[in-house]
Design a protein around this ligand. Structure first.
Ligand code: NAD
Length: 500
């Protein structure tokens, strides 16, 4: 079947625009699935209308992608790492050139605002920069371990590897994985979210322009069926996943059972702690940005605010600022109608449970067809209530009042997730206590979205991550490469006369 055209990405406003169909990129060719598994509309959440169709792939497409990747990978791995990284230098240039159109594309397929989408693209460029730096970091080491004998360590690619990404960062999350894996000498098969498959089409074209050989970056579209085929395929050596905890747990087990190294990042329920000595400006601004940014659809977003003691003045400011945000400008749309139903269900449930709505975003909308929900603050939530325990994944903050820091930490650590944690304080002692005791992989002091920047690695603890290490930074390079140890005896001729 013929490959669909990849169009010029023309939109530069929030107006409705249609894009190309999303198909598979296998061995350098865009192609429809080998067998039909149906198609889905790619919905622009601001309009609630389809901007493209995604053609769902299955096991046969995964197999074709593995074959193409396997054929291309040895020649790629043979190149010196500097030459592999050079493609990412070029990619960085192209992404800078295309910042605007990439940002609009992310905004259109995901629903976040242009400014948020641009921040995503800029962060994606940082991930590419880390890939560019790898030749300076990835030197192995050598040591004379006994007389005339050395041991050398070097990083070898795994071969063919795969990654699966969620809807909320359609460009950035794939670029958490791709630079380290590809500069590391692997060929990659990426399965983007079926809700946001278009950014990977743009990236596929940019990789081509940057000079990446065909077959080194492959895209398989689809959902569960394609993911299961990636988990099971014996030709894939490493599997990275980012998405909800339910699915992360399933695919971690499944891919590990198939003999792969596996790293699967899951969902979150992030707790922020505010104490009476916190700076009003910093705390209020930061906490509002944390729970409303990307309409709360970030695994690092604030979910529960643990209000310690008398912090009423800070809570009032948070409520005032959240209520003043403009939907559609300060925060974008929710990804789907199902998500609106889910989030509203949590808010309604909290009210039935006896909490009060300090800010109610349920009636807010920008138009009738898009998926909208304004910032919502639920006050007086107790730790037992559903809103306090489950991942809501929307612009909703639950305030839980506690008497002291120990009670706050006990509630936070009673939660099974462990992605992010933050404390707002001007006291070093308070900061030290929270950072030393919070069960979370990524912690912030007066920082509401404590994303570790490269070369530090991104990854939570507990039910927010399955597998060892982190997915970005140097840990990411270690995940996508294997360490080879070479022991050499150099002294075989030492007792021969001509050596002496
Ligand atoms: P999701 O788990 O529904 O989907 C993620 C990926 O898994 C998609 O590509 C999807 O096609 C695939 N998938 C869905 N169901 C599957 C199944 N049964 N078997 C195999 N594959 C399946 O997640 P989402 O709704 O796209 O994204 C939101 C979730 O991702 C939230 O829970 C959020 O916290 C989490 N997230 C986590 C991080 C992190 O770094 N920890 C980052 C971003 C998002």
């Amino acid at each position: 079947m013929n490959a669909p055209q990849v169009p010029a990405w023309a939109a530069s406003t929030y107006d409705f625009a249609s894009w190309t169909d999303a198909t598979n990129l296998i061995g350098g060719t865009w192609q429809l699935p080998l067998e039909s598994h149906g198609s889905l509309g790619v919905i622009n959440p601001r309009h609630g209308k389809a901007i493209a169709q995604v053609h769902m792939a299955g096991a046969a497409d995964v197999d074709a992608a593995v074959k193409a990747a396997k054929a291309a990978q040895p020649a790629w791995a043979d190149l010196p790492i500097r030459e592999r990284a050079a493609v990412f230098y070029k990619l960085r240039e192209l992404m800078e050139r295309d910042v605007e159109r990439l940002s609009w594309l992310v905004s259109h397929e995901n629903g976040k605002t242009y400014a948020e989408a641009k921040a995503e693209v800029l962060k994606s460029i940082e991930c590419v920069e880390f890939g560019c730096s790898l030749p300076n970091l990835a030197a192995g080491s050598e040591l004379q371990v006994s007389r005339g004998v050395t041991c050398r360590l070097e990083y070898a690619p795994v071969g063919v590897v795969a990654g699966v990404s969620p809807f909320n960062f359609p460009l950035m999350v794939p670029l958490w994985m791709l630079p380290q894996a590809i500069v590391g000498g692997n060929a990659f098969i990426l399965k983007p979210s079926e809700q946001t498959p278009l950014s990977m089409i743009a990236l596929g074209e940019l990789f081509r322009e940057a000079g990446l050989p065909d077959g080194i970056f492959n895209v398989v579209q689809g959902g569960r069926e394609a993911v299961e085929a990636l988990c099971d395929h014996p030709g894939i050596g490493a599997f990275g996943f980012v998405g909800s905890t339910r699915v992360a747990k399933l695919v971690y087990g499944r891919s590990a059972m198939a003999g792969k190294r596996s790293l699967c990042l899951g969902g979150a329920k992030n707790h922020l702690i505010v104490v009476p000595d916190a700076d009003l400006e910093v705390a209020a601004g930061n906490i509002v940005a944390s729970f409303t940014g990307c309409a709360g659809q970030r695994c690092m977003a604030a979910a529960n605010l643990l209000a310690v003691g008398d912090v009423e003045h800070i809570l009032d400011e948070i409520k005032k600022r959240a209520a003043a945000l403009t939907l559609g400008e300060d925060l974008g749309a929710i990804n789907s109608a199902e998500s609106i139903t889910r989030i509203r269900g949590y808010i309604d449930g909290a009210v039935s449970d006896g909490a009060t709505l300090a800010v109610d975003g349920r009636g807010s909308k920008v138009n009738d067809s898009g998926y909208w929900l304004g910032p919502t603050i639920i006050d007086g939530v107790t730790k037992e209530q559903v809103a306090a325990r489950e991942e809501i994944f929307g612009p909703v903050l639950s305030i839980i009042r506690v008497k002291d820091l120990s009670e706050a930490l006990a509630i936070e650590n009673g939660n099974p997730y462990g992605n992010a944690s933050a404390v707002y304080t001007t006291s070093g002692e308070v900061a030290r206590k929270v950072m030393g005791n919070a069960e979370a992989g990524m912690c912030g002091v007066n920082v509401g979205v404590p994303v570790p920047r490269e070369p530090f690695g991104f990854g939570g603890w507990n039910d927010s991550k399955f597998g060892a290490g982190n997915i970005t930074g140097w840990d990411g390079f270690r995940f996508w490469t294997r360490v080879r140890k070479v022991t050499t005896k150099w002294a075989l001729q030492a007792d021969q006369n001509w050596m002496n």
